[in-house]
Design a protein around this ligand. Structure first.
Ligand code: JFZ
Length: 461
């Protein structure tokens, strides 16, 4: 054996030993990071391209649909167990009534796809602890506890694969049903001062075990979307440990910031050791200037609830939702728009209609959303701007009545201007009026009543 081979064998042995050690350290300290095969940029690539996804809040709370003992319950539909102070054994009865025979995974995925959405995040388990898949770690799931007995997540995984949509799971850390988590705290499931001495056991043998099941049997997944991390027993160390654990199960998965104890709020902090997770999740709001330097995704309801409520009719208009999508893209974020299906298995009709209308716009104008980055123009008086190398997309919400669109803060040379909806790309006249400003001559009437997109091909400096 020559020296070369001996050295190789020796280094290989050392490497194995080191790997083994780091795994042991990982278990005991929870903070050691395993070797990564992929960079964050590589993992985030599809997410940055996608820009638009569907959030689905679905569970046995769609049975009461916001009403308990004849009374309308305030708050979000999926919180009814906590809001109406329902004991665990009473709430479990909803599972027996959950029989969504109209559920059609293919149809749901098509609704998302036709809207222009690229990924779906569905509640594998919400705070109530009920599981939408056949879990071997509990009987409180769709197969063992309901008359429906069809694996919802398996059907969705198959449909997503067929239609090229990324499947992602929302998974609650807080669990009002598990005896080692919050269930014993009844009537105050969400009391952040209460501690369960067995919480570690819940994390190891329920939470982690189920996540492994989800990733291995229903993956590969796009995102694991954690929530409910505010419970007293969840720690910063657990957040880091979970982040590493999930990545070890699927190296290219994306994990939201709610896995960590402290949420990522600003850019400076996004890369800091303080924060576990890959991206920020502003809820029901669009950060005024985005989260510069960080990836983020605004999640939002179409009415006032995530989980279905029969009496919530406060729907946002299509126009409002489209403007929000563009506003978010212009600030460099993604839009995760929620639907709350009924206990029959249907996405409410007002949601279906709005998504279809958004899809019509996206079919023509999707290029100005997918894979774009935040606007370089700052505030523009008529709408928003998104960009890709060599192109600016001017989203004009308020069409100029005089047919003159002023574009401020633009010093680049403009090569060409045209309407994105115009397949021929007919040139629109462009005139520079000063160093910082150009004027595009457009028709007197807005071609699109909600948002007309003008493309500027620019010379990058
Ligand atoms: C959580 C859940 O409690 C809720 O049911 C829903 O699933 C939503 C998407 O997420 O609610 C939150 C989470 C975070 C904040 C507020 C409500 N927050 O950061 O302000």
């Amino acid at each position: 054996m020559n020296r070369q081979i001996l050295v190789t064998i020796f280094t290989t042995l050392c490497l194995f030993a080191a790997l083994g050690c780091s795994q042991i350290m990982d278990k005991s300290r929870g903070l050691q990071k395993p070797d990564r095969t992929l960079s964050k940029d590589e993992r985030m690539e599809w997410f940055r391209e996608a820009r638009f996804g569907m959030f689905i809040h679905w569970g046995i709370y769609s049975v009461p649909a916001g009403i308990y003992k004849g009374e309308q319950v305030r708050g979000a539909g999926e919180w009814i167990m906590e809001r109406a102070v329902i004991p665990v054994d009473q709430y479990e009865q909803f599972a027996k009534q959950f029989n969504p025979i109209k559920f059609d995974a293919d149809q749901w995925v098509q609704i998302a796809k036709n809207a222009g959405m690229k990924y779906i995040v569905i509640t594998s388990k919400h705070h109530d602890g009920f599981c939408l898949w056949d879990s071997k770690y509990t009987d409180y799931d769709i197969i063992d506890a309901t008359p429906f007995k069809r694996d919802i997540l398996a059907e969705l995984a198959q449909a997503c694969k067929k239609h090229g949509i990324k499947l992602c799971f929302y998974h609650s850390i807080m669990d009002w049903h598990h005896p080692d988590a919050q269930a014993p705290f009844y009537p105050l499931y969400n009391d952040s001062n209460k501690s369960n001495p067995n919480f570690d056991r819940y994390v190891e043998y329920h939470l982690k075990a189920q996540l492994q099941e989800l990733i291995q049997n229903y993956g590969p997944l796009g995102i694991l979307w954690f929530d409910g991390e505010w419970v007293k027993d969840w720690s910063r160390e657990m957040g880091w440990d979970m982040f590493e654990y999930v990545l070890s199960l699927q190296p290219d998965i994306i994990i939201n910031n709610r896995v960590g104890k402290i949420r990522m709020k600003t850019s400076e902090l996004s890369q800091s050791e303080e924060f576990a997770g890959d991206y920020g999740t502003p809820e029901q709001q669009i950060p005024p200037t985005g989260l510069p330097g960080a990836d983020w995704e605004t999640c939002m309801t179409m009415n006032n609830t995530w989980g279905y409520k029969s009496h919530d009719h406060n729907w946002k208009s299509t126009e409002d939702l489209l403007v929000k999508l563009v506003d978010i893209a212009s600030k460099g974020g993604n839009f995760l728009l929620n639907v709350g299906p009924t206990d029959e298995g249907l996405i409410p009709q007002p949601s279906v209609e709005r998504l279809a209308a958004m899809g019509e716009w996206m079919k023509v104008n999707g290029e100005s959303i997918y894979g774009t980055t935040a606007s370089p123009l700052g505030k523009v008086p008529w709408g928003r701007c998104t960009t890709k190398p060599g192109k600016l997309y001017l989203h004009v919400f308020n069409w100029p009545t005089d047919g003159k669109l002023n574009v401020p803060n633009l010093t680049n040379k403009v090569r060409k201007a045209y309407l994105l909806a115009d397949k021929k790309h007919s040139k629109l006249p462009v005139r520079r009026i000063n160093e910082n400003e150009i004027v595009v001559t457009v028709s007197n009437e807005a071609p699109d009543t909600i948002n007309t997109v003008i493309v500027l091909e620019i010379k990058n400096k």
